[in-house]
Design a protein around this ligand. Structure first.
Ligand SMILES: [Ca+2]
Ligand SMILES: [Ca+2]
Ligand SMILES: [Ca+2]
Ligand SMILES: [Ca+2]
Length: 414
């Protein structure tokens, strides 16, 4: 039995070895464990705001339409704008909507027929619904519109309107009770250029509102590009959206330090820029988009357009709504603007933001271009109004349940 004996000796040796090892003092090995920062998950002391798409409840059927039924020119990919304006000063915010140029069907190179979209003035009836008073208000002129701004430009106590557009800007003076007259000719802002946005402020503190109008590129639909190839040859390339990069922006005090920050939205896969002023330095900005939580690598494919700021959940901290939509047509469906989800970011009051969960209607997947906030029903919560390129105007009613206090202010003229 030498084999069984050998096996017995081996097993016995192993057992003896283990017993000896156990009896010896244990040597401790120092393990080097890398230290990682424990991620801090911000706690929300506030409720997540809830919105519902109440566009039809408000009796709103306005839609933006830019020239063709298909995207075939750069000019058709921009717009529309929208402004809140209490045009009749009854305490209920009304809406002015830039409707675009309308819809032209072409037969060959000739214009076949045209349907006007046009700008719309929607009068807020006691915070319940809107009624369209465009024609009687004097705002029915056709314009290839882009954006708008509201302010009392002639100091007569009534809010006036600036409308930007392709080859024309228009100023309408409110002569009282939502009756507007076109005063562009005498205003000094008439110009045959493509303007997109307008913002108003009293830049030199003389109590007169000044106007800043942002202009876009020199572009004409159908104008050929000339390629140098033994002389210049027309290559018929007239629409390349990748060549252009407009930069809308929004200012507000996002970290409650009494100093406004600036949010700049970007196109083409770049994250938004959140420019925070350095403390004590009036004009020094630094990009805080990533540390603030506004930039997110999951959204690098998203094209940002309008940004609206406001306290959507009444917790005292400014929140953000960013309207998104791709500038480029869909690869699989050429001539259709690509839809992208809009975002709500809740402010924590310290300059940081967290993404609100996407269970709200207001993240609607359309190709959005601008967003504003207004308390349309004067119940203390902010609604969000969104425009979409070649699609309807949308009203997202704030249905958040909050017991936080609020105060409404109305300025009156002495
Ligand atoms: Ca009103
Ligand atoms: Ca006025
Ligand atoms: Ca808030
Ligand atoms: Ca409200």
């Amino acid at each position: 039995m030498p084999l069984r004996r050998a096996a017995f000796l081996i097993v016995a040796s192993i057992a003896l070895f283990l017993l000896v090892m156990q009896a010896l003092p244990q040597r401790r090995v120092a393990l080097s464990i890398p230290k990682y920062a424990v991620p801090t998950i911000p706690t929300l002391s506030q409720t997540t705001p809830q919105f519902k798409d109440a566009t039809l409840d408000w009796n709103v059927v306005a839609a933006h339409q830019q020239t063709d039924e298909q995207l075939s020119a750069l000019t058709e990919t921009l717009g529309a704008g929208v402004c809140a304006i209490d045009a009749n000063k009854d305490g209920w915010d009304d809406l002015f909507f830039v409707g675009g140029s309308g819809h032209t069907r072409h037969y060959g190179r000739k214009s076949w027929w045209h349907v006007d979209a046009g700008n719309r003035l929607l009068l807020n009836i006691n915070g319940h619904h809107f009624t369209d008073i465009t024609e009687q208000s004097g705002l029915g002129n056709l314009q290839w519109g882009m954006g708008c701004a509201v302010g009392d430009l002639d100091n007569n106590g009534w809010p006036d309107l600036i409308v930007t557009g392709v080859d024309s800007n228009t100023i309408y003076s409110n002569t009282g009770n939502a009756n507007f007259v076109d005063v562009t000719a005498d205003s000094g802002i008439a110009a045959e250029i493509w303007s997109t946005g307008a913002s108003l402020a009293d830049y030199n503190n003389d109590s007169l509102i000044d106007v800043y109008i942002s202009n876009y590129v020199a572009y004409k639909k159908g104008a050929p590009t000339y390629e140098r190839n033994k002389g210049f040859v027309s290559n018929e390339v007239s629409f390349d959206a990748t060549l252009y990069d407009p930069l809308p922006n929004k200012e507000d005090d996002f970290d409650n330090d009494g100093i406004n920050e600036m949010l700049i939205t970007q196109n083409g896969g770049a994250a938004p820029i959140f420019a925070a002023r350095a403390s004590g330095g009036a004009e020094k900005f630094s990009d805080k988009a990533w540390v603030s939580g506004i930039a997110d690598r999951r959204n690098l494919n998203v094209v940002n357009w309008g940004a609206a700021s406001g306290d959507f959940n009444n917790d005292g901290n400014v929140d953000l709504y960013i309207a998104n939509g791709d500038l480029k047509p869909d690869l699989d469906s050429p001539f259709v603007a690509q839809a992208q989800h809009n975002q709500i970011l809740l402010g924590l009051g310290n300059g940081k933001f967290v993404r609100a969960r996407a269970s709200h209607d207001a993240s609607n997947p359309l190709s959005s271009r601008s967003a504003i906030t207004a308390d349309l029903n004067n119940d203390g919560t902010l609604e969000i109004i969104v425009t979409n390129n070649n699609d309807p105007l949308q009203i997202f009613e704030n249905i958040s349940e909050t017991n936080h206090h609020w105060i409404g202010l109305r300025s009156v003229r002495q």
